[in-house]
Each structure stands twice: as C-alpha cells, then as structure tokens.
Write a protein that binds this ligand. Structure first.
Ligand SMILES: [Mg+2]
Length: 250
C-alpha cells in the first residue's frame, strides 16, 4: 500500500486539500498535515524562532497552529511518520494557479520542495481557474498524475509543479511536460484607510497575466492541457557561472 504525505498552503479546511485527500485515499494511506490558516504566498518559510503546536482533526489528519507548508512536511515526516519515508509528498490542490515566477512565492510549491529536500518524490498541484471550481474533478486528474509518477518514477533531482485547468474531464486536451513561464503582471500597492483614517496598504495586482510562450506552463493551461513542470532545488545559473568565470577573471 502506498503512503502519501499531504499538505497545502490554503489551510486544512480548504476544499482543494480535502478533495485531493479523498482521491489519494483510493490508492493508499494519506497522512495529511496542513496549516491552520490560509498561508498563500508564504513561500518556503520554516518556523524556527517560535514554538509550534499540532492539533489532530481526525485519523491521519493534523493541523499545525501557525505552521507553514514546510513546517507541516517536517511534522508529518519526523513526527507522524517517525522518519519513515512516504512514497510521495503531495501539496495542494491550491485554489488558483502557480505559474511562472509566482512559484517562488508559493507555499503549495514549497510544500513539494520540502518533500524533495527530504529525499521524497514530490508533486505540487494547483488549479488554473478562480471560479466555480469542481475540486473533486480536479483531484481525479491529480490522482492520474500521481499514479503515472508512481508507475514511471521521476528524476531524483526534480519535483513537479502541476497546474490543472478548471475544465470538465472530457474538455481537458491532455497532459504536457512544460517549462516555467514568465509573468506579465501589472502590480500595485493599494492605499486605503483604517477606521481611524490612518493609511493602510495592500499588495495586489491590477491585472494578472503571463506571457503566452509555447512550451510554458501558462501556454499549456491556457490551451486546456494539464501542465507538468519539473523543478529543481539547485538554483545555480550554470550559463552565468561560466560567463562570470571567464569575464570576471578573479
Ligand atoms: Mg494558496
């Protein structure tokens, strides 16, 4: 029987994680450890300056009070599974996409990143769409990717960032292996007033968007395909490494 360690960044109560938990339970044991609040945008943050508490929701389902997705994977692996590696770490399903440079902010992707650091095959799942999401259907597609990864295996130096279009199963055109795209956001800092008239600020986007380049994550989901992007922990820019070595002549 397969064992999965599951987290997310939207919180343990979110529809996405509950749907993925149900789908994965059809093929194995799912140990679910998730934040107690919505921590979207928290990235790969790990809490080591304050204590954490854990609360059991039901069997194999826990929440870490104030814990980040990376914290949750730590708890799941070291505490609940007592250091025994699960077959896979899954993160999500995130309510909204994780495309292009956005993945650097993503707690969902960071949950999978943490799994990879611990030496476990790991996949992050997000849905491309914001409204009327049928998470049961999206989770069913996610399960297909998980089964494929279990059957075929995945490279040891990679983890996967999967974005699934919010379409009916029969409308999804297929699966594409993609590269990370690039965003083209119009961002802004919104200035508002608190009830006392003092200024408060909100970081937001005027318009969300990504470059529609063929072969990218965004191109795939925009055209109705499931996007599967292999990511790596090694952030070294090898082209720049050679360029700096030869041009700087240190
Ligand atoms: Mg999120």
């Amino acid at each position: 029987m397969f064992t999965f360690l599951l987290t997310n960044d939207d919180g343990y109560f979110s529809e996405g994680i509950r749907a993925l938990r149900s789908a994965l339970k059809q093929i194995g044991r799912v140990v679910c450890v998730a934040p107690d609040r919505n921590l979207s945008g928290v990235g790969h943050s790990l809490t080591f300056n304050s204590p954490l508490r854990i609360r059991r929701i039901e069997e194999d389902f826990w929440t870490v009070i104030g814990g980040t997705p990376a914290d949750c994977i730590h708890f799941g692996y070291y505490l609940i599974l007592e250091g025994k590696k699960p077959h896979m770490v899954c993160s999500g399903i995130n309510d909204g996409p994780n495309l292009g440079e956005d993945i650097t902010y993503s707690g969902t992707v960071s949950g999978a990143m943490e799994g990879r650091i611990l030496g476990i095959p790991s996949i992050a799942f997000s849905v491309f769409g914001r409204e009327d999401i049928d998470f049961t259907q999206v989770a069913d597609v996610a399960k297909q990717v998980v089964i494929k990864a279990l059957e075929e295996g995945m490279p040891e130096d990679a983890y996967l960032n999967v974005n699934i279009p919010n379409l009916r199963r029969e409308e999804i055109k297929g699966f594409l292996i993609t590269k990370q795209g690039r965003r083209s956001y119009k961002e802004k800092v919104l200035k508002l007033s608190d009830p006392q008239g003092k200024p408060i600020y909100w970081i937001t986007a005027e318009q969300f968007g990504w470059m529609l380049e063929e072969g990218t994550d965004y191109w795939a989901v925009y055209h109705g395909y499931v996007s599967i992007t292999p990511l790596q922990l090694d952030m070294t820019n090898y082209r720049a490494l050679e360029e700096l070595k030869s041009s700087w002549k240190l």
